[in-house]
Design a protein around this ligand. Sequence first.
Ligand code: SF4
Ligand code: SF4
Length: 411
Amino acid sequence: MYGSSYFDDRISVPESLTMDLTKGEAIGTVLISAECGRAVLVKAGDPVFIGQKLSEGDNEEAVFASLSGTVTSVTVSDKATYIEIKNDGVGKTDPECAPFGKKLKDSTPEDIIGIAGRAGIRECMTGEYLHRKLRGISSGTDSIVIDCIGKNPFLPIPGIIARERSASLINGIKILIVATGARKAYIIAGDGSDRMLDHLKELAGRAGFVRVLEQKNGMTEYPHAVTDKMIRKLTSDSAGRYAVFGPEACLDIYKAFSSGIPCVSKSLTVGGDCVKRASNITVPLGTRIKELLKISGLNKKPSRIIVGDPLTGRSMTGPDETVTIATEAVYILSDEVSFASTPGACIRCGKCADICANGVIPVYIVRQAAHDRPPLITYGAENCTECGMCSYVCPCGIDIVGKIRRVKERL
Ligand code: SF4
Ligand code: SF4
């Protein structure tokens, strides 16, 4: 089941990063999963530190402790090995974590790709490993584009990073410039007042090769992640060949380069009409979502817990579901927040196809979702980024994104 809840003014969205829970005692335990068959380097009873390698295969399959404390269990299942760590509240970092040994000006693209691989950095939006993405970027890339817009107003973290983590963001961009060989960078930021982006603009101006571009949508319009059309327009067609990165990847590569600490935390939004304290928080990877509920407090009985934003997210899968690099938000909703779904009521107005920036024709895919066989014609389903625009504009309130996901699973 997918989010499919209309935007609703009962859902408040905080605009600042309010809490860092990666240290201290707020999070009791984390559950880290390692790919099945990979060597596990710890056993129950072992002490561990933040950033310590828990399991390894190739570089990209390494997983790390996100808390300091004691391993309480190592459980092997068909799908994965689960390592539970009890927090000691001390927040000690693994002594093996150390800054990269060279200055950035002396570093090569291969150096940066190696750092990204060893740190296990992934793009939040796609889950793609950063070192693989960097390897796939061909020489001759003119610019890099940092997407600080986020998919919609209920996923505010990318914009918050632009406003509140400006220095780390710019430092991460400098590292990605070395890795890609690009000559310039564009940060595309969404709404937010000009004043809120002042610091970022000042730092970008000092760096010289970074420009901050604003895509003004207004909160009444449902924004989309950056598109080629948007990039061409905002850069007056000067982006040339470009590669897009998320802002969290910039922070993570800067952290790995400057301190050697791998990717062990995630910033996300906890909101919804059932929470007492809506917040944007940074938590260790592997934090159970039910712990977030305790931290935010509940003011009424929830009927849905949506992982992702209210419209395009999906229902929480179970009590042990944890925060991963892809967890952008958790919304805890009551029945008072209206569902968007009214199955089977398509009036063929075509609005979903008109709004799609990726050339998908959702109106036809909606019909395919009723069957359980692979579709003969995909109508562009493979290009769907699950932005939710089509569901948002559909006058019949059809859960179009949910239906497209079901079709994509069968491609
Ligand atoms: S079809 Fe996919 S990419 Fe197109 S508007 Fe819908 S969710 Fe977005
Ligand atoms: S917007 Fe909704 S009603 Fe209109 S064609 Fe698309 S699915 Fe059908």
